[in-house]
Ligand binder design. Structure first.
Ligand code: ATP
Ligand code: MG
Length: 351
């Protein structure tokens, strides 16, 4: 067990890292952050900020030497340099290696009995035709690595667009995926300790726009509620088989034929931000409890209805109005520039 008073290291400096820092410090931990950016959201709330590249093994080793446990808030990290941290890194690189490559991730999910949309590897122009033959149209080409918020994806509605779509993502190694005619999207957040003890929260219904999460809402309602048991069972199996220690999210499509897995995020997740005010234990605190081997907290709801809305780009300018709203809990990430599509904050409402 790593008791309060110890030091937690976080690799990655975004808003997820910032909220992890806040939860860890509430439990009496010191938190150090490591990221390559000059002034990331987590740096201003950490005890120590180390600005260095993710691949810099000397800087990583020096950072880890000051920490009792190290975790990450971002999955697009090079695995090899982090391997040197061994078990001091929780979750370990095993979770990263699976979740950061869409092809590895889909194979792993299928091996564990999870269902995914039809997909095909794209390494060459020939693969494009084979994929279209197998999947039909529309389909979406997604880069295997480094995608987030819908980036590195291109939709294809007809044969003539196939090559252009792959060109649009710079002919990166990719997958093609069949379009899913979903009824709703939802996610299961699983917290797992090394002894295989697990807790899940109520599944939020997630509404995306242009590949970016707009809103998460609990309870999710029909048809998600009817598919949650099956989704929780497979999400827990995936966490267990990955040997994942910490919180992870599994994103689902609710379809006519039951839940299909979209992807795994091996970390705290935007669709779990509502848990800060909406659940007895937040995903951030629970992650700290998992990696420090503390008792897990209750994940029950504190209100019958909870919604979390992201503040994207210039929407953050409404902060003053939101502060005046009763029962609105405002979170601002301290990012200087409100670029279009950038997640600047979120607001959670209990009702
Ligand atoms: P993030 O990491 O922010 O979740 P991402 O870049 O990994 O995003 P995906 O989760 O693959 O992107 O896709 C983003 C959204 O685009 C999905 O939540 C869904 O709304 C839509 N989408 C993705 N793939 C499909 C598909 N095969 N069929 C229908 N909609 C899809
Ligand atoms: Mg996603």
């Amino acid at each position: 067990m790593i008791p309060p008073g110890s030091t937690i290291g976080i690799i990655g400096g975004g808003q997820l890292g910032r909220m992890l820092c806040q939860a860890a410090s509430q439990l009496g931990y010191k938190v150090n952050v490591y990221a390559p950016d000059p002034d990331p959201p987590a740096a201003s709330v950490a005890s120590l900020y180390v600005c260095a590249d993710y691949g810099n093994t000397d800087a990583l080793a020096a950072f880890a030497a000051d920490c009792d446990v190290v975790t990450y808030e971002f999955e697009n990290l090079p695995v090899d340099p982090l391997e040197t941290l061994g078990d001091q890194l929780q979750p370990t690189t095993a979770s990263l290696a699976i979740a950061q490559d869409r092809a590895h991730e889909k194979r792993f999910i299928e091996e564990q009995g999870g269902k995914v949309a039809g997909w095909h590897i794209i390494d060459s122009a020939d693969d494009l035709d084979a994929a279209a033959e197998q999947l039909g149209y529309p389909l979406v080409i997604k880069s295997r690595r480094l995608g987030y918020d819908g980036k590195g994806q291109a939709w294809v509605r007809e044969h003539a667009q196939l090559m252009d779509a792959w060109e649009a993502i710079d002919r990166e190694p990719a997958i093609a995926e069949a379009a899913v005619d979903f009824l709703a999207e939802f996610s299961i957040l699983v917290a797992r300790k090394a002894n295989d003890e697990m807790k899940v929260w109520n599944a939020p219904r997630n509404i995306h726009d242009g590949g970016i999460l707009r809103r998460s809402e609990v309870p999710a309602g029909h048809p998600v509620d009817q598919q949650v048991d099956e989704a929780v069972a497979i999400a827990c199996k995936l966490a267990s088989e990955m040997g994942h220690v910490g919180v992870m999210a599994v994103e689902f499509f609710a379809t006519e034929n039951g839940p299909l897995i979209n992807e795994i995020a091996p970390r705290v997740h935007n669709s779990g931000h509502w848990t800060i005010e909406g659940a007895l234990t937040s995903q951030f605190e629970q992650h700290v409890r998992c990696i420090c081997d503390l008792p897990l907290g209750d994940t029950g709801l504190v209100a019958p209805h909870v919604t979390m809305d992201n503040l994207i780009g210039s929407e953050v300018e409404s902060w003053e109005r939101l502060l005046g709203e009763e029962d609105a809990h405002l979170h601002l990430y301290g990012k200087r520039e409100a670029r279009p599509g950038r997640k600047m904050g979120h607001v959670t409402r209990l009702g």
